[in-house]
Design a protein around this ligand. Structure first.
Ligand code: SF4
Ligand code: SF4
Ligand code: SF4
Ligand code: FES
Length: 948
């Protein structure tokens, strides 16, 4: 494999359908109208010298290196800023052009430090390349003149350096920060010779608004902005295209390697989810892969109070199989189960559920989606007929009104947020429904038209009030509803939402959102053109999570905002493969492809394919498994890549359930919190060490490609296969592609999916079958998957979790850009410089009432438990509401969250907990003990044995 860099066409592609034909250096070329001469020449393989142009950003025309001659025109226009025209005749290489370009390069080089041989960009520097391209052999002005300003190197960012003396002031970085990332953190300070790139107000990068996305580093043609990893290791020599293992955006990357060492991750321009952009996690936070905490050898122990004993893979697998068999013989077939991982590949997830259904002989399988997007599955399947978002990410470029409910895209889904911000800067309108003033409410060049800061727990009331306005003010798209939805159900629903108790004026009393704001937002969504809804866990993680998803679907159907580009209902999925883990049959009642176990023909097909009888009874969900463990009927669990102790609600209850089991098997990279209760630890592999596929929030199936050998010896699917074989249910896959072939054979939505097809097309969005051989970017185009769209009544039922005199505040939770979920990966990277601890956001009014100052320790108490953390005083949250993240085990925010859960799916109600906040002196007692307990639970007794 070679490095094979992606071609830089110099300017972005034109979207125009009309084409024009011109002649460049005697050869005709036909390109879309609006294409630059530079890009048209590149289509012919002619690279016009350039410095300030790159196809990441709009052309700027400042360096004057890309000059060309155009027949019939005076002068030498810049090819990057001159659009093509029909019949145009262009020359890119004449004596005059050569002379002019050399002159430009002489000026650049005369003020540039000449330390090429020791420069970190040596061999990967466009300035160097261009000096060669224009044939520069001498500099008439000498090399002794004044140099560009040299205030020293800014190495404050943990991942890249800024060395102003090497800057050629091409402004590519400034434009990348503005156009691609949308953060506007950079500017060109000073004038003329003293011009210099400046983060914010001439601050070090670390103190500026920079969010460390790296777009500027990627855009920089010199070593001025350079990855520290390149400085340390050297330039890469080969690249493998793979998919980010963090969030549900699913950014594609070129993993650039030198030998077996990962040098850097470069967002892949052909990645259809990210279009060449990334966030700080995907681009930089991969250091956990070889962190010293990684466990590389299997371990077992008799009791959870014993130290771990390192054993061979053979012993670990045989021991696990023997334990599971013993437990089933003693307590019954249903006494064991497993949890699949949304961090693992589709193929790995499929194998785990197959092992449980066919090998364990029960359906006790569940996944972390239980605690995040299970209501999405229920709500969208009920209304539209399929459990997934309706659009691709490109669709947002056609949206006129964007409605965000309970999601914080700039932190949770940053690359999609950048694409969204671009559309908003182009003029799309924005409505935000969120208790917190998230960044998108006001960020450079973006301002929400409406922010509905509702009281946590009142989503259903507010979304139904939006529907009330749409119905009572005659804003329903009746044509759409009559053609596409069940008209009788619509009428029933319309009568329900039109009831005065759902009016904005009544709902203001419950939600705290001014009636006029609700009315304005409803009118804008219904009448503003293409309306797209994006939502997140702020919708699903409620006792009425499924009801809100249904209410959102009702809203989209009533306004006809379904079935074309620019509209739709789009859950922003949390983990990289949460969509895939649900698709692959991770729920106890559904086989892969969301087919209920009661579908006899489907069950029989699986039985015949797998050669085993399958149980038609749905198995246990995660909370039921824990309850059953406490009842004494559930004794063993196989947990692949999921830290249920930290991520699931009511930590003490979870810990007691795990402690009551006889064989807890954890397969993971690190000794995660759940492993404190494990008897067997099977070391897992990172996404860099395996082949397979992930499915992102757009239903896009993308390749994960192995860039290095697994440090533990095996990919995760191989470990599951070994366990299955030891249990007497043989599996003989040689490669994950064979697992995907089985998925395709058993699952109509995936019938056309294969590794070969994904390789050919780059990615595939399901459904992919005979009707849609290349996949389905937008769903429900000619009709809903279920036939007629179904309107469902959404009665608001207040959660039982109520604030009152003892617990007067409402806690809601979320995450931050630089950390990822329970933090097992990101806490083991340099990202900790931005977020060392979870903080409690509290409004100044509530803080003052309690005598709490910024940075003080506070005790957070709920009906379920208490924890302590430090306060962050901010008016981002309204009075009466507090907020925290859940990235650090020392805080364990889920100690205070309750057992309340979604009525339909058991998804925990993380977003509403009644709490009290009081000053405290420091960490709670249990937190102080926690570190000691964890240390004890992680003791390893025996010396290392070599990984097989
Ligand atoms: S890293 Fe990203 S946010 Fe920071 S300055 Fe560069 S482009 Fe802007
Ligand atoms: S830092 Fe790099 S990209 Fe930015 S102006 Fe200087 S040379 Fe150009
Ligand atoms: S946006 Fe998500 S998928 Fe993309 S780089 Fe960041 S974490 Fe990875
Ligand atoms: S590349 Fe065209 S002016 Fe710089």
């Amino acid at each position: 494999m070679s490095l094979n860099p992606e071609i830089d066409y110099g300017t972005p592609a034109s979207e125009a359908e009309k084409t024009v034909t011109l002649t460049i250096d005697g050869t005709e070329v036909t390109v879309p109208e609006g294409t630059s001469i530079m890009r048209a020449a590149m289509d012919l393989g002619t690279q016009i010298p350039k410095l300030c142009a790159t196809d990441m950003v709009e052309s700027f025309g400042s360096c004057r290196l890309c000059l060309v001659e155009v027949e019939g025109r005076n002068g030498t226009p810049a090819s990057c800023t001159t659009p093509v025209a029909d019949g145009m005749v262009v020359k890119t290489q004449t004596d005059r052009l050569k002379r002019l370009r050399k002159g430009v390069m002489e000026l650049y080089i005369s003020e540039h430090p000449l330390d090429c041989l020791t420069c970190s960009a040596n061999g990967d520097c466009e300035l160097q390349d261009m000096a060669g391209a224009v044939g520069l052999r001498d500099v008439r002005y000498g090399y002794e003149g004044a140099r560009h300003p040299n205030p020293g190197i800014d190495a404050s960012n943990p991942y890249f350096t800024y060395e102003p003396s090497k800057c050629i002031v091409c402004s590519r970085c400034v434009r990348a920060c503005e156009e691609v990332q949308g953060t506007f953190a950079l500017t060109i300070a000073n004038r003329g010779f003293d011009s210099v790139v400046s983060p914010s107000m001439e601050q070090p990068f670390i103190d500026s608004e920079c969010v460390s996305c790296g777009a500027c580093v990627q855009a920089c043609p010199t070593a001025t902005l350079n990855e520290k990893s390149v400085i340390d290791i050297g330039t890469p020599d080969r690249a493998v295209v793979t998919t980010c293992a963090y969030c549900g955006v699913g950014c594609a990357f070129r993993a650039e390697m030198r030998g077996d060492e990962l040098v850097r991750m470069i967002p892949y321009k052909d990645g259809k989810a990210n279009r060449g952009h990334s966030c700080v996690k995907g681009r930089f936070a991969y250091g956990y892969a070889n962190h010293k905490d990684r466990i590389l050898n299997p371990m077992i122990r008799e009791k959870i109070t014993d130290p771990w004993r390192e054993v061979s893979w053979e012993e670990a697998i045989q021991h696990t199989a023997a334990e599971f068999k013993r437990i089933q013989a003693k307590y019954g077939k249903g006494s064991i189960g497993g949890i699949t991982s949304s961090r693992c590949t589709n193929e790995e997830t499929f194998l785990v559920q197959k092992l449980i259904r066919a090998g364990f002989g029960n359906n006790n399988v569940d996944t972390c989606a239980r605690v995040c997007h299970s209501p999405t599955g229920y709500g969208l399947k009920t209304t539209f007929g399929t459990s997934a978002g309706t659009q691709d990410f490109d669709s947002v470029e056609q949206s006129d009104v964007i409605l965000i409910i309970g999601a914080n895209p700039t932190d949770g889904h940053p690359v999609f947020a950048s694409r969204m911000k671009k559309r908003l800067r182009e003029g799309a309108k924005l409505i935000i429904v969120d208790p917190r003033r998230i960044d998108l409410v006001r960020t450079p060049h973006v301002k929400a038209d409406y922010h509905l800061p509702l009281k946590p727990g009142t989503n259903v009331a507010v979304v139904t009030a939006l529907a009330h306005v749409i119905v009572t003010e005659g804003l329903v798209n009746e044509k759409f509803v009559r053609e596409r939805c069940d008209w009788d159900e619509f009428q029933e629903w319309a009568a329900f939402v039109a009831d005065p108790r759902h009016s904005p004026e009544e709902v203001e009393k419950i939600s705290g959102v001014p009636a006029e704001t609700i009315r304005g937002a409803a009118r804008l969504y219904a009448t503003g053109g293409n309306g797209a809804i994006y939502y997140g866990l702020g919708v699903t993680e409620h006792s009425q999570g499924s009801t809100t998803v249904i209410a959102i679907a009702n809203l989209a159907m009533a306004t006809g905002n379904i079935g074309r580009e620019g509209v739709g209902v789009n859950p922003l999925r949390g983990q990289n493969n949460v969509q895939g883990s649900c698709d692959m049959g991770s729920f106890p009642h559904e086989l892969p492809g969301y087919r209920h176990l009661s579908e006899t023909a489907t069950l029989e097909m699986f039985e015949s394919f797998w050669g085993r009888p399958l149980d038609a009874e749905p198995g246990l969900r995660i909370p039921n498994m824990i309850d059953a463990a406490l009842d004494g009927s559930f004794k063993g669990i196989y947990i692949q890549g999921e830290d249920i102790l930290q991520s699931d609600p009511n930590t003490q209850h979870m810990a007691a359930g795990l402690a009551a089991m006889e064989c807890v098997v954890v397969q993971d990279l690190f000794l995660i919190e759940t492993a404190n209760y494990a008897h067997v630890f099977l070391p897992g592999s990172t996404f860099l060490e395996k082949n397979g596929t992930f499915t992102n929030a757009e239903r896009r199936i993308q390749m994960v490609r192995k860039v290095m050998a697994p440090m533990n010896g095996y990919e995760d699917w191989e470990i599951t296969q070994m366990l299955s074989n030891a249990l007497g249910f043989p599996m003989h896959y040689n490669h994950p592609s064979e697992i995907m072939d089985e998925i395709a054979a058993l699952t109509p939505k995936f019938a056309g999916v294969s590794f070969k097809k994904i390789d050919e097309l780059g990615s595939v969005q399901w459904p992919c079958n005979d009707e849609a051989p290349d996949g389905t970017p937008v769903m429900h185009v000619d009709g809903f998957v279920r036939g007629k769209g179904k309107f469902v009544i959404t009665e608001y039922v207040a959660t039982d979790e109520k604030s009152g005199p003892r617990f007067p505040l409402l806690l809601t939770t979320g995450r931050i850009l630089t950390q990822y979920n329970v933090g097992a990966q990101t806490r083991r990277t340099a990202n900790v410089v931005w977020h060392e601890e979870d903080r409690l956001e509290i409004h100044p009014f509530d803080a003052e009432n309690r005598g709490v100052r910024d940075g003080d320790w506070v005790k957070l108490t709920s009906r379920a438990g208490e924890t302590s953390l430090r306060a962050l005083i901010t008016d981002r949250v309204a009075p009466g509401v507090v907020y925290t993240t859940f990235h650090h085990p020392e805080t364990q925010a889920n100690v205070v969250t309750t057992d309340f859960s979604d009525w339909a799916t058991n998804c925990p109600e993380y977003k509403v907990t009644a709490v009290q906040v009081m000053p405290s002196n420091g960490p709670s007692e249990w937190q102080e003990e926690y570190e000691e307990l964890s240390k004890a639970a992680r003791r390893i007794a025996e010396p290392l044995v070599a990984a097989e």
